[in-house]
Design a protein around this ligand. Structure first.
Ligand code: 1YM
Length: 664
């Protein structure tokens, strides 16, 4: 029997006013990221209810009034009275910081925890929030509001309009939470449907059997549709999805699962003909981009088990050295999930699992289950292929090491002809320094003259760089364009990459606003993604935004960066202005390039982030890989670049939903 919830298990800490006063302390930022954080918080609560076995449906709806709601079919948040506070459990959960059964960890075995700043924080940062609990045949409702008086500064945070009340009877079970983020707190309160769909898609794979529906009532009529995310196979399906655009070595996905000391570990992996490795790890549904103890345990056990196997079967001879972990991971796509009690998230982006007790547990589970898998004769062929691929990788790695040593030795640097093209910055503070990678020699020349050489360096790129997707490190290093870039950055590459050596904390890609420019940008981003991912996740990569138009009237000059801005500027200018359309960076003189694109006080730049690493991996393969079909499909489907991309609902998911609806 599941433990049942009692209101006296709720712990009570400090007041919600503090959250409105200093939102950053609770959700990190009031940017779009912080806004979405509110939603994840509520979604996490619903998913926790599902992953603990009490719910199998979660629906997220973006409403036309700007609010968002989350519905689950779990037990319903408790409505009984708290023994000492004498208010309902619902009220305690949504008005008291850190309140909730979850936080003393007795009721929920596993919960996100990172995002677990609590539903009350969401309440405090919303103009209003409503909670409906369907429990014990009753429908209970409560509404909270918040405001900060701009004159007096008086704060009302998450106050119930009236106590929880029973508004009817119902056969439903579950919880419905709806809220409108406060526009005086967030920079922009518009949710991004693409971001939401991505996360729900990911959650559907991580929580097999949970039907997650996304309804966007704000979409334009022609785009309106329900998206259903549902996976029967869980992370096995996830790996297949990531590899859909790659070429797998075998159709089989290796799947291992185990539980030890209350830690659950699941692992799905498949090899492709690629060279890069793609390991995606999660702890309690939260992506761990920076790895951590679970990944370390997996890697150690995996490498050891496969080396043992290679020796036992004679694939590795006595005189041969062990194969390395990197060798075994070449071409591997792997999804690793763990469920742990009290997860500790560490690191710059809170993306590393810190719990040291998890490592030996995952190591033991993987060692045991993988040995079983390898002992099964049915798997001998694939196991042989894996070892064979690793042996080849080891040879290539040796060749790459030699090439890399050449790049790293200072002599080679001076000798390398293209490094001569780098116009370095005079300053020696990496945190202040910027490297512009500029398309074309003529724009490079303008950039060099226009820049502030105290902190800005210019690296012109001649022609199109090598498309690094599907190239081995050795080939990348043989390319002079990339060699000079790697040398300029000072970070090393691949396994020897380290942010410590980074000479420029801003790396800015500056290419023309046309097809070729987009291609060059894509190639450079692919390079960073495959070989220097931390450069991106560390927030160091930017895309420079040159203006598209120059509007001049008399001595007044304005620049427009998109068509909307152009309309605004020409309207404001009235009659008698001159309009210039820039077709490329090369058309700007050094002063113009500085004023519009390089001057930190005026320029526009996009910071490159990775929202969903698995999705990014897939897209990089679609757009840059060697399979033409998926790319053609993608381009023909999304040729209208003004439309944002969304996931398609596969036919089988639709059917599964219809079946469930019919049976309900
Ligand atoms: C739409 C969001 O919050 N569902 C939900 C939340 C809770 C319960 C069930 C629940 C938990 C327990 C007992 C228990 C709770 N969350 C919290 C807190 N959906 C959503 N469904 N009965 C019901 O933990 O034992 C407390 S209860 F605090 F974490 F938010």
């Amino acid at each position: 029997m599941p433990k049942s919830y009692n209101a006296d298990q709720i712990q009570v800490l400090e007041g919600l006013e503090a959250v409105r006063m200093r939102p950053g302390m609770y959700i990190g930022t009031t940017s779009s990221q912080g806004l979405h954080h509110l939603l994840w918080e509520i979604v996490d609560n619903a998913m926790d209810e599902a992953s603990n076995g009490y719910a199998d449906r979660v629906t997220v709806t973006l409403h036309q009034d700007g609010s968002v709601s989350v519905l689950d079919n779990g037990r319903g948040v408790p409505v009984d009275e708290h023994p000492t506070l004498h208010i309902s459990g619902v009220e305690v959960i949504y008005t008291r910081l850190h309140a909730g059964g979850k936080f003393n960890n007795e009721n929920y075995a596993y919960s996100g925890g990172l995002h677990g700043v609590g539903a009350s924080v969401v309440n405090a940062l919303s103009k209003w929030m409503t909670v409906d609990s369907y429990v014990n045949w009753g429908h209970w409702h409560i509404r909270f509001t918040s405001e900060t008086d701009p004159k007096t500064g008086k704060v009302n945070a998450g106050k119930p309009e009236k106590p929880l009340e029973k508004v009817g009877n119902t056969r439903k079970r579950g919880t419905l939470v709806r809220f409108l983020p406060d526009d005086t707190i967030f920079e922009d309160i518009r949710f991004n449907p693409v971001t939401i769909a991505r996360r729900l898609h990911e959650l559907a794979y991580l929580n097999r059997g949970v039907m997650i529906t996304f309804v966007d009532e704000t979409a334009k009529e022609e785009d309106k549709r329900e998206q259903v995310f549902y996976s029967e196979g869980g992370i096995i399906d996830y790996v297949k999805y990531i590899n859909e655009t790659k070429t797998p070595l075998s159709d089989d996905v290796i799947y291992l699962e185990g539980k030890k000391d209350s830690t659950i570990c699941r692992l799905a992996l498949q090899y492709t003909t690629d060279y890069a490795d793609s390991v995606f790890s999660y702890a309690n549904n939260i992506p761990t981009h920076e790895g951590g103890s679970h990944e370390a345990g997996f890697k150690a056990a995996y490498t050891r088990a496969l080396n043992d196997y290679a020796r036992k079967t004679g694939l590795l001879k006595e005189k041969d050295a062990n194969l390395s972990g990197d060798d075994f991971r070449e071409g591997m796509t792997c999804v690793l999930t763990v469920w742990v009690k009290n997860p500790q998230f560490e690191g710059q982006t809170k993306g590393r699992l810190g719990n040291s007790e998890v490592r030996p547990v995952v190591e033991a589970i993987v060692a045991e289950k993988l040995a079983d898998w390898l002992d099964n004769l049915k798997n001998a062929e694939l196991a042989g292929q894996i070892v064979g691929k690793a042996a080849k990788a080891a040879q290539a790695r040796e060749a790459a090491r030699k090439a890399r040593d050449t790049v790293r030795s200072t002599k080679a640097l001076e000798a390398a002809p293209l490094v001569g093209k780098l116009s370095a910055a005079r300053g020696h503070h990496p945190e202040d320094n910027e490297l512009f990678i500029v398309e074309g020699d003529s724009a490079g020349g303008s950039a060099k003259q226009g820049r502030d050489s105290r902190f800005q360096a210019i690296l012109p790129l001649r022609g199109k760089p090598l498309n690094v997707e599907k190239k081995q490190l050795e080939q990348v290093l043989a390319n002079e364009e990339f060699r000079s870039l790697i040398t300029a950055l000072g970070t090393g590459i691949g396994e020897s990459f380290s942010l410590d050596g980074l000479k420029y904390h801003k790396v800015i890609i500056l290419s023309d606003a046309d097809q070729d420019g987009a291609h060059i940008r894509a190639i450079l981003l692919t390079f960073f993604f495959r070989y220097m991912k931390e450069l991106i996740t560390g927030g160091h990569v930017y895309i420079g935004m040159p203006p598209l138009y120059r509007v001049a009237k008399g001595t007044k000059v304005d620049y427009a960066y998109d068509d909307k801005e152009l309309t605004r500027l020409t309207k404001a200018a009235g009659k008698g202005y001159t309009l210039q359309r820039y077709k490329g960076l090369g058309e700007m003189n050094p002063e113009q390039l500085w004023a519009t694109t390089m001057d930190p006080g005026q320029r526009k730049m996009l910071q490159v982030t990775i929202e969903d690493a698995a999705e990014a991996d897939r897209m990089v393969t679609v757009l840059m890989g060697d399979k033409v079909e998926p790319r053609r499909d993608y381009i023909s489907r999304y040729a209208d670049f003004n439309r944002e991309d969304t996931f398609e609902v596969p036919e089988e998911q639709r059917k599964a939903q219809e079946a469930l609806d019919a049976g309900k």
